[in-house]
Design a protein around this ligand. Structure first.
Ligand SMILES: NC(=O)c1ccc[n+]([C@@H]2O[C@H](COP(=O)([O-])OP(=O)(O)OC[C@H]3O[C@@H](n4cnc5c(N)ncnc54)[C@H](O)[C@@H]3O)[C@@H](O)[C@H]2O)c1
Length: 335
C-alpha cells in the first residue's frame, strides 16, 4: 500500500498521516508496492487516461472519483480496457449511501409513494475565484467542467438513482460571478421515462457561503424533501412524519459519510463476490445526463437522451493542460 501525488508535499503529508510509503510517481508506487486496487482521485478530465494506463500497465482494479469521465467516448474506452484486462472499476457516488436517500428510493421502488410526479434538485453552494485559481485544472472545460460537473453531478446521480432514466432535457447555463470558461450556474427542465417531470438548479454562485444541496420528490401518495448540506437530512417525509430524525444524519462536511461503506462494498465485491451496488455502467448514467444538459444549453434546444447527446465543450482536448498531470514511467521517458 502507498500514496502518491505529483506534488511531493501533498504525498508526504498523506503518507505521514496514514503511516504509508509515499511517492511522486504512480509508476514507481505500483512497481514497488503491492496493491490490488487503486483509488483514482486525480483531476476529473484525467480519470480516463490515468485509469486506462493503470489498467493496461499494471492490471489493477480501480475506485474512481466522480465524474468517471467527461466524454462519452472515454467511458467506452475505459470500459473496453477494463473488460480486456479482466479488472473492475467502481464509481464513487457516496451520497447514495445517505440514509434519507435509501428510505425515499425504497418507498418509490416498492410502490408506497405511488406514481412519481416531480423531482427537483437544488444545489446552492459558494465557490469564489480563489477556489478556481487554486489549481490549473479547475474551471476548465478540458479537465473539470462547471458547477454541474464538479458539484452538481452527485445530485444528478441521486435523481437518476431515485427516479430512473431521463427521456429529455432542456437547459440553460451561465457564468455569473467568477472569471472561468465553465458555468457557475445551470438550470434544466427534464422528463423522466416514468412520466415524472424534473427541475435542476445548480449554482456555485451562492454568496457568501454554501447553503444546501437538496432533492424533493413529489408523488401520488406523498412528498419527500431531502435537504442539508448534501441530502443528509429528511426535512419532509409525509409517509412517516415521526421518523425524520431517525432518517437524517449529521455530516461533518459536504463529502458526507458514504466513502467508508462504499469502500467496504468494494472489498466485499472483490473478496467475497458480493456484487457492488454501483457498477461502472450505473455510474456512467450521470455523465450521460450531464452531457445532455450541456448540449441542450449549447444548442438552445431540448435534447433526447436516446440520441446520446454530447457536449461540444466538456472534456475538449487541451494537450498543454493535460501534460501537467502526466508522468511517464522512467523506462519510457523520451531521451
Ligand atoms: N466524491 C466527492 O465528494 C469528491 C470530493 C472532492 C473531489 N472529488 C473528485 O476528486 C478528484 C480530485 O479533486 P480534488 O479536489 O481532490 O483535486 P486536487 O487538485 O486537490 O487533487 C488532485 C491531485 O491529483 C494530483 N495528480 C494529478 N495528476 C497526477 C498524477 N499523474 N500522479 C499523481 N498525482 C497526480 C495533483 O497533484 C493533485 O494534488 C476530482 O475528480 C473531483 O471531482 C470528489
Amino acid at each position: 500500500m502507498g500514496v502518491c501525488d505529483l506534488i511531493p508535499d501533498r504525498a508526504q503529508a498523506y503518507g505521514e498521516r496514514y503511516g504509508l510509503p509515499w511517492y511522486r510517481d504512480y509508476h514507481e508506487l505500483l512497481t514497488r508496492e503491492e496493491a490490488d486496487v487503486v483509488c483514482l482521485l486525480t483531476p476529473s478530465g484525467m480519470h480516463p487516461r490515468h485509469a486506462v494506463d493503470i489498467i493496461q500497465r499494471y492490471g489493477k482494479h480501480l475506485v474512481i472519483e466522480k465524474p468517471l469521465a467527461l466524454r462519452l467516448q472515454d467511458l467506452a474506452w475505459m470500459h473496453g480496457a477494463a473488460e480486456a484486462a479482466g479488472v473492475k472499476m467502481f464509481p464513487v457516488y457516496q451520497n447514495r449511501y445517505n440514509r434519507a436517500v435509501q428510505v425515499v428510493r425504497l418507498a418509490l421502488q416498492d410502490g408506497r409513494l405511488g406514481k412519481p410526479v416531480l423531482g427537483t434538485v437544488r444545489v446552492r453552494w459558494c465557490r469564489t475565484q480563489r477556489y478556481y485559481d487554486r489549481d490549473p485544472w479547475r474551471g476548465t472545460w478540458s479537465l473539470d467542467g462547471g458547477a454541474l460537473t464538479n458539484q452538481g453531478i452527485h445530485y444528478l446521480d441521486l435523481l437518476l438513482y431515485v427516479l430512473g432514466d431521463v427521456e429529455w432535457v432542456a437547459a440553460a447555463t451561465a457564468t455569473q460571478l467568477v472569471n472561468v470558461e465553465v458555468e457557475d450556474t445551470a438550470v434544466a427542465a427534464l422528463r423522466f421515462a416514468n412520466g415524472a417531470l424534473g427541475v435542476v438548479e445548480v449554482t456555485t454562485a451562492a454568496r457568501p457561503d454554501d447553503f444546501e444541496a437538496s432533492i424533493s420528490v413529489l408523488a401520488e401518495r406523498g412528498t419527500a424533501v431531502l435537504s442539508g448540506i448534501a441530502c443528509n437530512e429528511l426535512a419532509t417525509w409525509t409517509l412517516e412524519p415521526g421518523r425524520l430524525a431517525e432518517y437524517s444524519e449529521e455530516f461533518p462536511n459536504a463529502y458526507g459519510l458514504g466513502h467508508k461503506p462504499l469502500l467496504d462494498d468494494v472489498v466485499a465485491d472483490l473478496l467475497d463476490g458480493i456484487t457492488h451496488p454501483v457498477s461502472f455502467a450505473e455510474g456512467s448514467r450521470a455523465v450521460r445526463l450531464l452531457n445532455a444538459i450541456y448540449r441542450s444549453a449549447e444548442d438552445g434546444l431540448p435534447v433526447r437522451l436516446s440520441d446520446r447527446p454530447e457536449s461540444a465543450q466538456l472534456g475538449r482536448d487541451d494537450p498543454a493542460l493535460q501534460a501537467l498531470y502526466v508522468r511517464l514511467p522512467r523506462a519510457t521517458v523520451p531521451k
